[in-house]
Structures are given as C-alpha cells and as structure tokens.
Design a binder for this molecule. Structure first.
Ligand code: RB5
Length: 157
C-alpha cells in the first residue's frame, strides 16, 4: 500500500503526525506538501496533488489535513473519482471505508482531538470496503459525477 499525504499550512502538523503512524504501520507514503506550517498556502493545491495521485493510481489512498478538514475535503471531492471523507472519530473512519469506499481521509488539525488522530488514521487505512448494497450506492455517486449537472452556485458570491 502507498499513501499520498498533503496539507496546507494549518494542517501541516497533522500531516507530520500521520507520518509517524504510517512508519509504525510500515506503510509507504509520498508527501505532496506543504513543506512547512509557517507560510500561508492554499489548500486546493494540495487537495489537487493528492487527489490526482489517487485517481492516477500512484497511491492507493490519500490523507489530507487543513485547519478544519472541510476546505481540503471539499476541494478533493471536485476531482472525479475521489470520495473524500471529513472524519474525526474512529467509528466514522471505519464507516467511511466500509460503506463509502472513501479513498481520501480529510482531517482538521484545529478541531481534531490530536490524541485520536493515530487511531482514526489507522482505522481508515486498515478497514476494507464492505461491497454489496454499498457498491450500488457508490456506482450511483459515480453516475451523478458523470452527469455533471449545471449549477449556478458554482462561483463565489
Ligand atoms: C486556513 O486558514 C484554513 O482556512 C484552512 O486550513 C481550512 O480550515 C479551510 O477549510
């Protein structure tokens, strides 16, 4: 297994903490930045890098971190084929994999209980998709994605 890692400046500490978890589990990873928490950067850039690595199968899944997990999760979910789940507890991490076949875990460093971070990451990486009725729902998500409905909301107001 190989994991793609990314964060903005606010999530940098989470990304670095994730490396310790991956090292302990013996899982390979590639770090797509940011390179420090000191310089303000834009989370969509790192969501794009990690999301593209996953859809191109250069990585099996991704771990993304920002202040809340929300912005970087929203950005990652704009990439066709990405199912990013914003998760901060072990049970939801398990369900994100079992039910949603999530291929990216997005976490917030400002809101997360940092003690839970290793367990959430380990659960996400070691839980497999349950398939069955859940596969039908994932196929419907893919069909929705392919239909590209026009949206007047797709701009900043
Ligand atoms: C950066 O200040 C912050 O907005 C970002 O890390 C994230 O929380 C956005 O969702």
């Amino acid at each position: 297994m190989k994991v793609a890692l990314g964060s903005d400046h606010a999530g940098y500490a989470g990304k670095e903490a994730a490396k310790a978890v991956l090292d302990r589990l013996g899982i390979a990873y590639e770090d797509f930045g940011a390179q420090s928490g000191a310089e303000s950067v834009d989370y969509p850039d790192y969501a794009q890098a990690v999301g593209e690595a996953v859809v191109k199968r250069q990585a099996d899944c991704g771990l993304l971190f920002c202040g809340t997990g929300i912005g970087i999760g929203i950005a990652a979910n704009k990439i066709p084929g990405i199912r990013a789940a914003v998760v901060h507890d072990v049970e939801t991490a398990r369900l994100a994999r079992e039910h949603n076949d999530a291929n990216i875990l997005a976490m917030g460093v400002r809101n997360a209980n940092s003690e839970l971070l290793p367990a959430v990451i380990e659960t996400f990486l070691t839980t497999t998709f349950a398939g069955g009725r859940h596969a039908r729902r994932i196929e419907k998500i893919a069909a929705l994605e392919a239909s590209k409905p026009a949206s007047p909301l797709n701009f900043h107001r």
